[in-house]
Design a protein around this ligand. Structure first.
Ligand SMILES: Nc1nc2c(ncn2[C@@H]2O[C@H](COP(=O)(O)OP(=O)(O)OP(=O)(O)O)[C@@H](O)[C@H]2O)c(=O)[nH]1
Ligand SMILES: [Mg+2]
Length: 357
């Protein structure tokens, strides 16, 4: 089962207590204070793990407590530190404060980690308190409690390319042909009930990640079909592949399908509707009315969108499409970094303008 929201409670380990003790040895009549310090409690970390893709494991296991520090002992022995607890989450998990909905951290990289709760300090033993005027203190300090918090976790999968389209458009067939992902495929709507990621490898270190999500239908933004909540998993993609079934067997109108999906994208988030979109006519091996294809091509061109035709089953048009995706991603990435540089440049300009005054 795929779960993309979970609430967890984290608790740093309590610090160990210091201890009051005195040296007792033969021939040492009045041994000094020798009570050691308590150990620190362990911390709780939330850490991204590339091998996970759901928050399911946290749904039924919401409490995470780090190890407590051991108490200090005689002979100036400090207590052992508590072990850290590590809460593993998929890459792309965001951590929110459930009281304010503030985003606290976005774990976008594998192995990135965030300190969620600090362990308590260990208490000092009596040896710590010995001074020239008080050589035999008979007190020690208790350890302090670890921090305790609740966090809301939300997974937004990280992919370069998102697949959108009606149920049965051929999204899962496409991703399973071009990557190692194996979502279920069948000739009924809503076969895919959860998102899947697939890595496409074009060789020469050119790889990108595609996300397949459940199909959308008219009114998805009002909860029709499976609703539009899975769109959050393509929010962070750079490019959308809009798959439209143009085969006559579909019994659907390709142009109206195309418009409905774009309408749903806009209703979910206008920025998603503006994202670079390739329009991809699918199942062209089963195309027996070419005008269906041509009408869709014209409609896509009207919107200034690149148009492709494929058949995942007959392996037609896939290579061209994949290479076009790789080129587009390169271009989008270059633009992004160029924009970042102008930003720096602009702020410098503003700075120098101000000093002229
Ligand atoms: N003839 C033909 N059939 C295809 C092609 N691609 C997919 N299909 C068939 O179309 C049906 C639906 O394919 P899926 O890949 O499950 O479609 P989907 O878009 O993932 O559907 P949902 O998961 O329900 O949203 C299946 O019966 C596939 O075999 C194709 O290129 N040619
Ligand atoms: Mg599917």
């Amino acid at each position: 089962m795929f779960i993309d929201r979970a609430k967890i409670r984290v608790q740093g380990g309590n610090g160990g207590n210091g201890v009051t003790a005195f040296r007792r040895e033969k021939f040492v009549p009045r041994g000094g204070p020798s009570g050691g310090d308590g150990g620190r409690g362990g911390d709780v970390w939330i850490q991204a793990d590339g091998s996970l893709n759901t928050l399911l494991h946290l749904k039924y296991n919401p409490l995470h407590i780090a190890g407590r520090g051991m108490h200090g002992e005689g002979s100036n022995r400090s207590g052992k530190e508590g072990d850290d607890a590590i809460v593993r989450v998929p890459v792309g998990t965001q951590i929110f404060d459930p009281r304010t909905d503030e985003l606290l951290c976005d774990l976008e990289q594998d192995a990135a980690r965030w300190l969620a709760a600090r362990g308590g300090r260990g208490g000092f033993g009596n040896a710590h308190f010995a001074t020239s005027t008080n050589r035999a203190p008979r007190y020690h300090q208790e350890g302090s409690a670890g921090e305790e918090f609740e966090f809301q976790l939300e997974l937004k999968l990280l992919a370069d390319v998102g697949l959108v389209g009606f149920p049965n458009a051929g999204k899962s067939t496409f991703i399973s042909t071009v990557s190692a992902a194996h979502p279920k495929i069948a000739d009924y709507p809503f076969t895919t009930l959860e998102p899947h990621l697939g890595v496409v490898d074009l060789g020469d270190f050119r790889t990108f990640v595609i996300a397949d999500i459940p199909g959308l239908i008219e009114g998805a933004h009002e909860g029709h079909g499976l609703g539009d909540r899975f769109l959050r998993h393509i929010e962070r993609t750079k490019l959308l592949l809009h798959l439209v079934d143009v085969s006559s067997a579909s019994g659907r109108d390709a142009v109206s399908d195309y418009e409905v999906i774009n309408h749903e994208l806009a209703a979910y988030d206008p920025r998603l509707a503006e994202r670079t979109q390739f329009v991809v006519a699918t199942k062209i091996d089963a195309l027996d009315e070419p005008e269906r294809l041509e009408r869709l091509r014209e409609r896509a061109e009207q919107d200034g969108r690149q148009f492709f035709t494929i058949s995942a089953v007959a392996n037609k048009g896939l290579r061209e499409l994949l290479h076009a995706i790789a080129r587009k991603l390169d271009e989008l990435r270059t633009n992004e970094s160029a924009q970042a540089t102008t930003h720096v440049g602009e702020s410098l300009l503003v700075g120098s303008g101000a000093t002229r005054f």
